[in-house]
Design a protein. Structure first.
Length: 273
């Protein structure tokens, strides 16, 4: 009997040793050399951060009005020199159709050093200055001299940095800007995202500091208001054309057309339906 117990004990010890060796071997296989041996540092447990899909040239290569509508709901991303990223959802745009458009910088098909980006490949940034102080950002589309003005964004990420940039651009100190005030206008958008003339002629599909990614849940036609552009002045019939587009009911839009929204409601176009 004692001899039988001794044999059982030896067999049990051998099984435990073998099992321990197998566990050690698996842990060594799963663990990155020089790293924390816990499972969280194993290459089998670490999930690499996936980069958001970037909008490519085929997205921008569409007619101006179509692109202006397609921009709604997409995400503009700006990477600052310090590595911080600013994200904003596009909620308002204006289309400028090129040569025939009396309100466009490229009216008559005239190409200058200032508006050269409007004649470049779709997805090229056209950044110009107004009043010698503020900047506005456009994106070229299909069509000679055609481009889309980005009017307003809904801030999603990096709001503190946006406030810093807006504050640095304002002459006099003032109260803290609310979220909806950060990017509700073309020049405010550029201030909040640190966009200046240095971004003119950059390619949104290639640039490391600014690009676009697809938004979630693209809006339907019933969610988009088409109305007149802002600040056009005396441009004849072109001042009245419905070439401004915005997301209905979004509080980050710069100027709401209540009359048009009432007309849409009367026609049974309710948001999200």
């Amino acid at each position: 009997m004692p001899r039988k117990r001794k044999l059982l004990a030896q067999l049990s010890g051998l099984q435990n040793t073998t099992r321990f060796s197998q566990i050690c071997a698996v842990e060594q296989l799963n663990t990155t050399p020089g790293a924390d041996p816990s499972p969280k540092s194993s290459k089998y447990f670490v999930i690499e951060k996936q980069k958001s899909p970037q909008l490519q040239e085929d997205f921008f290569n569409q007619p101006c009005v179509s692109l202006a509508k397609s921009f709604l709901g997409q995400i503009l991303v700006r990477k600052l020199p310090d590595g911080r990223e600013l994200w904003g959802r596009i909620v308002e745009t204006e289309a400028y159709l090129g040569g025939e458009d009396e309100a466009s910088h490229s009216k008559g098909g005239k190409q200058t050093q200032r508006n050269a980006a409007m004649f470049m490949k779709p997805g090229t940034l056209y950044v110009y200055q107004i009043y010698g102080i503020y900047f506005c950002m456009n994106v070229s589309s299909q069509g000679e001299g055609a481009a889309v003005l980005l009017r307003s964004l809904e801030p999603l990420q990096g709001l503190d940095a946006m406030r810093e940039l807006r504050g640095a651009s304002r002459k006099a100190p003032s109260r803290l800007l609310k979220d909806w005030q950060l990017c509700n206008g073309p020049s405010k958008l550029c201030q909040a995202f640190g966009i200046d003339k240095a971004f003119d002629q950059r390619d949104l599909t290639q640039d490391a500091a600014i690009w676009m990614v697809p938004g979630q849940d693209p809006p339907g036609e019933q969610d988009v208001v088409a109305t007149t552009r802002i600040g056009i002045g005396n441009r004849g019939e072109w001042a009245q054309k419905p070439l401004r587009f915005y997301l209905r009911g979004n509080r980050f839009v710069s100027v709401v057309d209540k009359k048009m929204e009432r007309e849409m409601a009367a026609r049974g176009h309710s948001p999200g339906s």
